[in-house]
Each structure stands twice: as structure tokens, then as C-alpha cells.
Design a protein around this ligand. Structure first.
Ligand code: DGL
Length: 277
């Protein structure tokens, strides 16, 4: 995922206090952070949510690429992370290559887990839920051609699920019809009644996986990339020392009541401080 020279050579030179930086448009990246915590509990983390730009899924490719590279440039300069994880499928499928070209820090992206889904499906019909921007990406076409050419991949853009995940983490009640609509949309496509595996191709969606399971029924399995990302980060930081000197930080690009309401969910993910970037 990144060409960074030998891991062992770098281990000696990394500042133990240098954080991992996880980046998303909102709280979606917390689904990745959970898995990173499980393999690297001692790693200091700065979680950045570009909530002033949320939702990315409704933006153009040019808007997303400009926003993500500009922000990540400023963030890495100011925060000096040892590694950046773009914990967002929309940003990764659009801007990963260009961000890697300009930043010197190792970058791990998040892309739709089509490969594991293709290995799991028995019916050969896979559903994919992502943002509207993600599902139209050539990056997704390439993953489909490489790993699921002999399968049937049905894509659905579900911006409502992003809003639902954000609301859930603010402690608000979400109408279950939102989840039912996402399931019904995939089921209504030709062959949709045979879907047995659904790729959660937006990091917000594992945060509402229980609700989606309820909507799709018990025979459907959900796949996302977060386990693989956590393993990749552990591999790239192998042998490095970690020192956390203060509670981990969540940074937002815009403050306000919505951010205040996220406090308990952020604390539950080990993010004890909140700031505005
Ligand atoms: N969490 C982001 C993803 O994985 C997208 C949410 C948004 O539309 O901003 O694609």
C-alpha cells in the first residue's frame, strides 16, 4: 500500500510520541480506529474529521481531491504523524495516489473490500454500499475487474446511511426505514434477491452494521476493510516504540453543537480531548 523502504530501518528514528493520524470526513473512521486500537493499544492517535466538508459523497472528484490533499498537507506539517490512514473510501478511491505523491509520510488508504467479498459469496451476487462518489470511481471498476470478474457486483450509493451513522453517534434516534431503504434498493436490482454478501464500502457503515443486518436479514454477510487496514498499519510500524503522554485527540474542521454531542462516542473510542483544526 505504500513504498516506504524497510520497516526496520525506520523504527530507530521514529519519535515514540509521534501519533498515528486517522482522517475521515466525519465519524466513519472510528470504525477503523476500533480495529487499530485492538492491534496497537499503545499507539497515540490523532483522529481528524473534516466535518466542514461532510458529506464527501455528494462532492465532485475535483473538490474532494483538492480538499483532502490540502488538509492532509497542513495536518502532517503541523502534527508530524508517523503514518497517515485515510479512513474514508471516498477520499481514498479519489485522492490516495495524488496524496502519496506529495506527502513523505507513509499513507494507508481504505478501499472497498471487494476481494474478500468475492472469496466469501456462495451465490456469486455481491452488494456494495458506498457513497455516490465512491460507487462511480474507476478504482472500484478496477477492483471489480481484478477480483470479481466472475461475480455479479451490484452498487448502491447510500448517503442517508452516512447521516444515520453520524446521528447515531450523537445519541439521536434514527428511523429504521433508512436501513430498510438501502436493503430494498439493492434487492430491487436485477439479481438482487440472490445477494448473500454486502461490502460496506464507506467507513461510516460498520457503525450501523447491526441495523443493516436487521434490514438485510440473517443470511447476508457484511464485509469491510478495517481488519486489513489495522494489520497493514501494525506491519508498517513494526518495531517502533510508542509513548502516549496525554489523552488522544479528536480534531474537527468546524465546531458546534453537533461536535459537542459526539463527546461520549469519541470518549468510548479513547479520544479524550476534542479540538478544532
Ligand atoms: N466515511 C466516508 C467514506 O468512507 C464518506 C462519508 C461522506 O460522504 O463524507 O466514504
Amino acid at each position: 500500500m505504500t513504498g516506504t523502504g524497510t520497516v526496520a530501518n525506520q523504527a530507530a528514528t521514529v519519535d515514540p510520541g509521534a501519533p498515528l493520524l486517522l482522517f475521515d470526513s466525519g465519524v466513519g473512521g472510528l470504525s477503523v480506529l476500533r480495529k487499530v486500537r485492538a492491534v496497537l493499544p499503545e499507539a497515540p492517535v490523532i483522529y481528524v474529521a473534516d466535518n466542514a466538508g461532510l458529506p464527501y459523497g455528494a462532492k465532485t472528484e475535483a473538490q474532494i481531491a483538492a480538499r483532502v490533499s490540502g488538509l492532509l498537507g497542513r495536518l502532517t506539517e503541523r502534527l508530524a504523524p508517523r503514518l497517515v490512514c485515510i479512513a474514508c473510501n471516498t477520499a481514498s478511491t479519489i485522492a490516495l495516489a495524488s496524496v502519496r505523491e506529495v506527502l513523505e509520510v507513509p499513507i494507508v488508504g481504505t478501499v472497498p473490500a471487494i476481494k474478500p467479498a468475492a472469496a466469501l459469496t456462495r451465490t456469486g451476487v455481491i452488494g456494495l454500499l458506498g457513497t455516490e462518489a465512491t460507487i462511480r470511481q474507476a478504482y472500484v471498476d478496477r477492483l471489480e475487474a481484478e477480483f470479481a470478474a466472475d461475480k455479479h457486483l451490484l452498487r448502491h450509493g447510500a448517503p442517508e446511511l452516512v447521516a444515520a451513522a453520524e446521528a447515531k453517534l450523537r445519541g439521536e434516534r434514527v428511523d429504521p426505514a433508512v436501513y430498510a431503504r438501502a436493503a430494498a434498493a439493492l434487492r430491487a436490482m436485477p439479481g438482487g434477491d440472490r445477494i448473500d454478501t454486502v461490502v460496506l464500502a464507506c467507513t461510516h457503515f460498520p457503525l450501523v452494521e447491526d441495523e443493516l443486518r436487521e434490514a438485510f436479514g440473517p443470511e447476508v454477510r457484511f464485509v469491510d476493510g478495517s481488519d486489513g487496514i489495522a494489520r497493514r498499519i501494525a506491519h508498517l510500524t513494526q518495531g517502533q516504540a510508542w509513548r502516549r503522554t496525554e489523552p488522544d485527540l479528536a480534531l474537527f474542521t468546524r465546531g458546534g453543537e453537533d461536535v459537542d454531542r459526539l463527546g461520549p462516542a469519541l470518549a468510548a473510542h479513547g479520544l479524550g480531548r476534542i479540538g478544532i483544526f
